[in-house]
Design a protein around this ligand. Structure first.
Ligand SMILES: [Zn+2]
Length: 499
């Protein structure tokens, strides 16, 4: 009898301060969730944990069921009703009987009445089948809970940011679970948490304490002492009691057991805690950063200088329409700039109505009030020519989400002479050059590229950049954590409290 595997994806990074709603239609990156065979189709052969699980299922000649695949760009809490529509088919599939479940989850998903959606998912599946073997993959930006660890068999998380190792992390979790089913290993997990809010601008395992922690985790995995070692840098824009840096290690009872797992878990957290001051990010004033970028661009012709507008990044729940950095770029008269993307359906409609080649005057962006941080929407008055109109569809060719189709909605490029701005109907994190190339802009030929991104841009754009300048505008992904009115955090917590 072939084994029956349930493979599912339910993912959302919830910025509880975000003004952007998360209806059911937001899942599937704006095209709605996929159920049944469509779930498998959407994610097969992509760089995701779900694809790795599917490959394992096929190799094992298992009967594979894919009840749901649903991922939305970061935004505010989902409603209970939306969440039930996602988890319902998954529960039904488990109720139908299965040998194991393989879950591609986020780790920072919050529902209106539950601070830890992923904890609820595994708890409810275990309620249906108490001994069910469950593998879970998590995003690097997880706020880990005991409920999640207690109800899963194996947990692994991304070790990269930008997250270019999603497939590998799914493969690791999936293979451990299959080996457990075969009786080759006996997984046992140790985990820990520290009261540390780490700024996302300082998360990347390319630098800072994360580099040493992730390197250590990889060494421990290759040593064979444990099956998997994961450091989770947290998601500080979710106001929950679980928010903070954590680690989870999968040991093998047949080898070094829980002791090795505990020791390695503690060591990772010890490095993070000792070097907690390095996780704080202080941004210079905006005008200073833009002036620096301008000087770098004029001094170094060839490859573009990147201006990173990190406070309003939809990849962490931003509205993608705060115009502060664009306004400063125009004020300082940078020339030969490509900007992507500004989310503004009204302006897109106006540009489409005007038609390619024609002049338009727009009140661009600035449509979204952000009461959680007392920020009022402020559009930018701008004139230009409509250069291109597209359907906003392209497939990622870069290393992050390779092969996945992106849906920006109708998209139009505004050309002011000095600046070309990609304006979209839907929010999109610019992690791939396709955001420009699909509308006829060659980013390599620009002097400056301005991106509404924080770290994920590095996947597609770091290789083509001469310099990178982080520009602090405004928005709900502000690195300055003092702008947020936290209510649910466990206190005291670094760096908000002296510790
Ligand atoms: Zn992430």
């Amino acid at each position: 009898m072939p084994r029956r595997y349930v493979i599912a994806l339910i993912k959302h990074e919830t910025n509880t301060f975000s003004p952007i709603p998360t209806p059911l239609s937001a899942f599937g990156h704006g095209n709605g969730p996929a159920f049944g065979a469509a779930a498998r189709e959407r994610f097969a052969c992509t760089n995701t944990p779900m694809a790795a699980y599917l490959d394992i299922g096929e190799r094992e000649r298992a009967e594979v069921v894919t009840p749901v695949a649903a991922e939305a760009w970061p935004s505010t809490k989902t409603s209970r009703a939306t969440f039930e529509q996602l988890i319902g088919p998954l529960e039904d599939a488990v109720r139908g009987g299965c040998d194991a479940v393989f879950l591609d989850l986020h780790g920072a998903m919050v529902i209106e009445d539950c601070d830890d959606a992923q904890g609820e998912i595994v708890r409810r599946l275990r309620r249906v089948a108490p001994k069910l073997p469950i593998a879970v993959t998590l995003d690097y930006h997880t706020n880990l809970s005991s409920e999640l660890v207690d109800n899963a068999t194996v947990i692994t998380g991304y070790k990269t940011y930008p997250h270019v190792d999603m497939y590998d992390v799914g493969k690791l979790a999936g293979e451990i679970l299959v080996r457990a089913l075969n009786g080759e290993v006996e997984p046992v997990m140790a985990w820990g948490w520290r009261p540390l809010l780490a700024s996302i601008m300082r998360h990347a395992p390319d630098d800072g304490p994360s580099r040493d922690i992730v390197r250590y985790a990889r060494e421990m995995e290759s040593s064979g002492r444990v099956l998997a070692a994961t450091f989770l840098a947290s998601f500080p824009h979710a106001d929950t009691p679980n928010t903070g840096v954590s680690a989870v290690v999968v040991g093998d009872r047949k080898r070094d057991g829980i002791e090795a797992a505990k020791e390695i878990c503690d060591k990772m957290l010890e490095i993070a805690w000792k070097r907690r001051a390095e996780y704080t990010f202080v941004a210079p004033p905006l005008a200073e950063s833009v002036a620096r970028a301008k000087a770098l661009g004029e001094g170094a012709p060839g490859r573009p200088v990147l201006l990173i507008d990190h406070c309003d990044n939809c990849g962490s729940g931003g509205a993608q329409d705060v115009m502060a950095v664009v306004a400063e770029v125009l004020r300082q008269q940078l020339d030969d700039v490509a900007i992507a993307p500004i989310r503004d359906p009204e302006s897109v409609a106006q540009m489409i109505a005007a038609g390619v080649g024609n002049e338009v005057a727009l009140e661009l962006g600035g449509k979204t009030d952000m009461p959680s941080i007392d920020l009022q929407a402020k559009p930018l008055h701008i004139r230009g020519r409509v250069r291109t109109i597209t359907d906003g569809e392209f497939t990622v060719t870069g290393p992050m989400y390779t092969g996945l189709a992106m849906h920006l909605g109708r998209t139009a490029v505004l050309d002011t002479g000095k600046v070309e701005i990609v304006v979209t109907e839907r929010a999109h994190e610019p992690m791939d050059v396709g955001v420009f190339t699909h509308c006829g802009i060659d980013p390599l030929r620009k002097k400056f590229i301005m991106l509404k991104s924080r770290i994920h841009y590095r996947a597609g754009f770091k290789p083509i950049a001469s310099h990178i300048v982080e520009c602090a505008g405004a928005g709900v992904t502000n690195a300055d954590l003092s702008v947020y009115r936290y209510q649910k955090l466990r206190r005291p917590i670094w760096p908000l409290d002296p510790l």
